[in-house]
Design a protein around this ligand. Structure first.
Ligand SMILES: Cc1cc2nc3c(=O)[nH]c(=O)nc-3n(C[C@H](O)[C@H](O)[C@H](O)COP(=O)(O)OP(=O)(O)OC[C@H]3O[C@@H](n4cnc5c(N)ncnc54)[C@H](O)[C@@H]3O)c2cc1C
Length: 376
């Protein structure tokens, strides 16, 4: 394996970093977090013009047609900038459509996503079905020539700005049996949808979404032979790997901020960075960031090649989730009292890294999955 980036990938990284540093400084991050929408449509459009919304979308649907590696490079920069917004929600929705949707739905949705005219989101979790689609209760009942979708979804990111939602529901069977489950593309403005904002500690936007007989055309039901698991598994693997890249970007930034701070902060007559105890802690942060980065790149690279990567994704999330927590703790500690101040920029990272550690399976969940895969 060669994880050296090629010229095009280096250019993407550099242009993303420059763009986000100038367009999304921490003052903008704070402003967006406090806004109702949680993102800037103007910034979104600019990012789309740079091709960022269509990285995975083939050129025939208006995208750039790159790979998961370029997507991960971009998300590493989003993580570094602590940028708020529905980028990840749209990516997960896009992955579902790309992996399994019929041609008509692809032609309808993907060009709009690539152009920056459409935000997507994916609605999986329910009160009785967290992280396991087999237990989904949301039902799509056949009503005349259409489906009527009814049920409750939780933790749906950026549902309030999503033009379309990809909603996991069942046409048959009962919770636990995994039968009759599909993903339904639902117009975000369809009658029968109600939203309630959920409180989140990382200030991202998540919603409880209630569907009450929401009409869905049969052509908007996304299915794959073999059921929901073979359809949703590749989506979640890719999403998890990209999420890890975002965490790596945040941890790298915390490391750099802390290294710089310890060079400037003088206590006991010398910069605290000259104390061996501080140096050891920074060295451990560096090792953690590197470990998270390489396990993540390994998973991303395998997925980009179409190779099986369930083990590598589990390793990446288990390593990255824990490593980024240690980095966040050390960054706080080495900043002393000012790291605790709510106005410190470290807070953006500390809170996001914690939220991402818990999303799409905790490190403990992934270690359990890994243990089952290697037969221990
Ligand atoms: C919530 C809160 C409440 C507080 N309340 C009070 C209060 O009521 N009264 C009050 O007087 N103060 C208060 N403080 C301040 C607190 O006492 C200081 O934050 C603390 O003593 C650390 O000092 P510092 O922030 O200057 O960190 P620094 O001295 O700048 O140290 C930063 C970090 O560098 C490292 N470090 C520094 N020196 C060494 C060394 N020699 N060897 C190894 N590592 C080193 C440590 O990891 C340390 O955490 C409060 C702080 C907080 C966060």
């Amino acid at each position: 394996m060669d994880f050296e980036l090629n010229d095009e990938q280096e250019m993407l990284r550099k242009s993303a970093r420059d763009f986000l540093e100038s367009e999304c400084p921490k003052s903008v991050v704070k402003q967006l977090e406090e806004s109702d929408s949680g993102y800037s449509p103007q910034l979104w459009k600019k990012m789309a013009q740079l091709g960022w919304m269509g990285i995975l979308i083939p050129e025939e649907y208006g995208g750039v047609g790159w790979t998961l590696i370029e997507e991960a490079i971009l998300f590493e920069e989003f993580g570094r900038a602590a940028m708020p917004g529905p980028m990840f929600a749209t990516l997960t929705g896009t992955l579902v459509v790309l992996e399994s949707a019929a041609e008509g739905l692809k032609k309808n949705l993907l060009p709009q996503v690539a152009a920056g005219d459409l935000v997507l989101t994916l609605a999986i979790d329910e009160p009785e079905a967290v992280c396991d689609t087999r237990f989904v209760v949301t039902r799509a009942a056949r009503k005349g020539g259409a489906y009527a979708l009814s049920g409750t979804k939780l933790f749906v990111p950026y549902a309030h700005v999503a033009g379309w939602m990809l909603v996991v529901g069942r046409t048959a069977g009962s919770p636990g049996d995994g039968k009759g489950i599909a993903v339904f593309a639902v117009d975000g403005k369809a009658p029968g949808i109600s939203l309630a904002a959920m409180k989140t500690f990382a200030h991202d936007k998540q919603f409880q979404v209630d569907f009450d007989g929401v009409p869905v055309s049969p052509s908007h039901a996304v299915r794959k032979p073999g059921g929901i698991v073979p359809m949703i598994k590749p989506v979640l693997e890719k999403a998890t790997a990209v999420q890890c890249a975002s965490m790596v970007g945040g941890a790298q930034k915390e490391l750099e901020m802390t290294a710089e701070y310890t060079k400037q902060r003088v206590q006991f007559g010398r910069p605290i960075g000259t104390f061996q105890a501080v140096q050891h802690r920074l060295a451990d942060m560096f090792i953690d960031v590197q470990g998270a980065r390489w396990t993540t790149y390994q998973a991303v690279w395998r997925l980009s090649q179409g190779m099986p990567a369930a083990r590598e994704v589990a390793i990446a999330k288990a390593v990255t989730g824990r490593a980024c927590q240690r980095v966040a703790f050390s960054a706080q500690q080495l900043h002393g009292g000012i790291g605790v101040d709510i106005d410190s920029e470290l807070h953006f990272y500390y809170l996001r890294e914690k939220a991402l550690e818990l999303a799409l399976g905790t490190p403990a969940d992934h270690l359990k999955a890994l243990s089952a895969m290697i037969g221990t």
